[in-house]
Design a protein around this ligand. Structure first.
Ligand SMILES: O=P(O)(O)OC[C@H]1O[C@H](OP(=O)(O)OP(=O)(O)O)[C@H](O)[C@@H]1O
Ligand code: HPA
Length: 185
């Protein structure tokens, strides 16, 4: 028997948590903060595919200090909304980060498993410094102790979509950030 597929939930039926304007304001503020913190330095932004691609694109343009970017890819959530707990590296860095000021850029810090795995991995490359920037932080869900240095918004324990964040690979293109209905997963 074929596996039943859930009906598609249109993004328009999901409640807006943060509007395009609210996101823009916070990204600009974080970009400004980073520009002050790294005045006179060069930084490497390391985006975590795929979710962070859109936040990184906006953040990089809000940062005034010299910056380059690279991407890594890890996976733990697969097609669903719950983490399998096992983080796998799918794509490594393309450029060396030894001796560089690195900021890992994430769309969301949830259980912390992804970022604590990545932090260890990045530290093995001996960067001059390592910080974390995340668009969203869901502190109630944390399973391992890790905090971000730059956070656009702290959110409650609800599954969100949009601005790069997916449910089963969909909704990444939604321009704002929305709550995914709890009864639809
Ligand atoms: O703090 P955690 O519980 O580890 O969750 C955060 C991670 O989960 C999502 O990635 P996902 O594996 O869904 O891949 P994606 O970026 O391609 O959506 C998100 O983009 C973060 O990387
Ligand atoms: O709330 C979420 N939405 C999308 N992806 C995620 N990865 C961890 N938490 C989330």
């Amino acid at each position: 028997m074929a596996t039943p597929t859930l009906p598609f939930v249109p993004a328009s039926s999901c409640q807006v948590l943060f509007s395009v304007e609210q996101i823009r304001e916070r990204v600009i503020a974080i970009g400004k903060q980073i520009s002050e913190d790294y005045k006179g330095e060069s930084i490497v932004l390391v985006g975590v595919l795929k979710g962070a691609a859109i936040f990184l694109a906006d953040l990089a343009r809000a940062i005034e200090v010299d910056n380059t970017f690279d991407f890594v890819a890890v996976s733990s959530y697969g097609k669903g909304k719950t983490s399998s707990g096992a983080v796998k590296l799918i794509k490594d860095l393309d450029v060396p980060i030894e001796g560089k000021h690195v900021i890992v850029v994430e769309d969301i810090l949830d259980t912390g498993l992804t970022l604590s795995y990545l932090r260890k991995l990045m530290l093995q490359h001996k960067p001059a410094s390592l910080k974390i920037a995340t668009c969203l932080d869901k502190p109630e869900r944390r399973l391992v102790p890790i905090e971000a240095d730059y956070v656009c918004f702290k959110i409650p324990n609800r599954f969100v979509i949009g601005y790069g964040m997916d449910y089963a690979e969909k909704y990444r293109n939604v321009a704002d950030i929305r709550l995914f209905p709890e009864d639809k997963v």
